[in-house]
Design a protein around this ligand. Structure first.
Ligand code: PMP
Length: 438
């Protein structure tokens, strides 16, 4: 039957228009993790819009999993990439190139405190691996405190820091990772009382480690965990404890960096803390394979005399793209824009929650928002199947979002930062229709 369907489609010249990838054998060899029952075949992107092979337009509220920070094919980024592609595409990190040298300075200029040394790598996982290595080399300690519900990467090294079963494979998870209670204001036992959750970190340090730790790593808003902000006052309390135990504090800004959370460049700036190491990826290059670790000269000195090498880290084309992202964020004042549009979207989503009981929580900051779906507001039982149904139905109506959370029941709304007020209104209207159809 499948062969006949395919033959019929080919005869009609529609082979490229199947709703189901499995209908087209040549497309099913890639080991992909597809979100939808009827996947979309994206062929083009323009700022906050994506187009499929039939020319249908989608409002992209997930930005290629939070990577396309300033917009698909943003002209400033395009121009920078094209120009560099024609000049020099790659050398090696053992030579200098102008792009990487300038870029490191421009990035360091946008960091507070003494965060002035930049290492370039290719992905968030590598950046976090590097951060963990720096913390261990610098402190001479091994143990790391991380959070339940966290996501820091898919490498063997970072898998140990993840706090969700979904991201753990059945293999050794590394040693010395200690998962603290998640300071989750919606589901956690202590509501929004950050210091009470922080007490668990003190407990962990004194009971599960030699009393000394290499560090603490956390996202400033948990991304894969469902756009989950940390309870108020949590980070300042934990940073203090970790430093007293000889450790350094790592902020994973892979999703929260570059203005997305609104008003500031970095998520940690909302929490009144200054990390010792910051990791960044995704939005850094508007989709280019680029990532970085930024730290202080004192911590970087722990690498002095040691060979560290990354074949593609600081590639000139990616660096040129990364520099263009910084220019756009500054010139177009994306942080202020994210704060403004995010506040509007949050208000509208909260109004939607008042209308649909299935929405248990609406949260986030700037253009990093989460809508948690529950079967019952008291038990907070996850409405997982309904979440998938609404996402698919919104996709069919032209809006793409992400899904996450430990129970797969949170819509993740993290569009390119050029998202407009009209886009926000369209998204909420479409969500309203999809929820009403449930
Ligand atoms: N940290 C965070 C907060 C992330 O969201 C991700 C990716 N989802 C990573 C690290 C890992 O990044 P990558 O997939 O580029 O390795």
């Amino acid at each position: 039957t499948r062969a006949r369907r395919l033959e019929q489609m080919q005869r009609r010249g529609r082979a490229g228009q199947s709703d189901n990838l499995a209908d087209v054998p040549s497309r099913s060899h890639a080991a992909l993790f597809l979100h939808f029952k009827r996947p979309v075949m994206i062929t083009e992107g323009k700022m906050q819009y994506l187009y499929d092979e039939r020319g249908r337009r989608y409002l992209d509220a997930f930005a290629g999993i939070v990577t396309v920070s300033v917009g698909h094919c943003h002209p400033v980024v395009n121009e920078a990439i094209i120009r560099q592609t024609q000049l020099l595409q790659h050398t090696t990190t053992i030579y200098l190139n102008h792009q990487v040298a300038e870029y490191a300075k421009e990035l360091a200029d946008r960091m507070p405190g003494n965060l002035k040394v930049v290492y370039f790598v290719n992905s968030g996982s590598e950046a976090n691996d590097m951060a963990l290595m720096l913390a261990r080399l610098y402190t001479g300690n091994w143990d790391v405190v991380c959070l339940r519900n966290a996501y820091h990467g898919m490498s063997i090294g970072t898998m140990g820091t993840c706090g969700q079963h979904t991201w753990k494979q059945p293999m050794p998870q590394g040693f010395g990772y200690h998962h603290a209670l998640n300071p989750d204001p919606y589901r956690g036992a202590f509501g929004d009382d950050g210091p009470r959750y922080a007490a668990d970190v003190a407990d962990l340090i004194s009971s599960a480690t030699p009393g000394k730790v290499a560090g603490f790593v956390a996202e400033t808003i948990q991304g894969v965990g469902g756009a989950q902000p940390l309870a108020t006052g949590y980070l300042p309390a934990v940073y203090k404890m970790v430093r007293e135990a000889g450790g350094v504090c790592i902020a994973d800004e892979v999703q929260t960096g570059f203005g997305r959370t609104g008003s500031h460049y970095w998520g940690f700036q909302h929490q009144g803390v200054l990390p010792d190491i910051v990791t960044m990826a995704k939005g850094i290059g508007n989709g280019l394979p680029l990532a970085a670790v930024v730290t202080t000269p004192e911590i970087a000195a722990a690498m002095a005399g040691r060979l560290h090498f990354n074949t593609y880290g600081g590639n000139p084309v990616c660096s040129a793209g990364g520099r263009a992202v910084l220019r756009v964020v500054d010139q177009e004042q994306r942080q202020a824009h994210c704060a403004q549009i995010g506040a509007h979207l949050l208000t509208r989503l909260r109004a939607l929650a008042a209308k649909h009981d299935i929405i248990g929580d609406v949260r986030g900051s700037g253009l990093m928002l989460g809508v948690e779906m529950v079967k019952d507001r008291t038990t907070k039982e996850a409405a997982k199947a309904e979440t998938a149904t609404v996402m698919e139905s919104m996709k069919d109506m032209g809006v793409l979002m992400g899904k996450g959370g430990l129970h797969g029941n949170v819509f993740r709304i993290k569009p390119p930062m050029c998202f407009s007020r009209q886009d926000a209104d369209f998204l909420v209207d479409v969500m309203d229709t999809a929820l009403a159809r449930l």
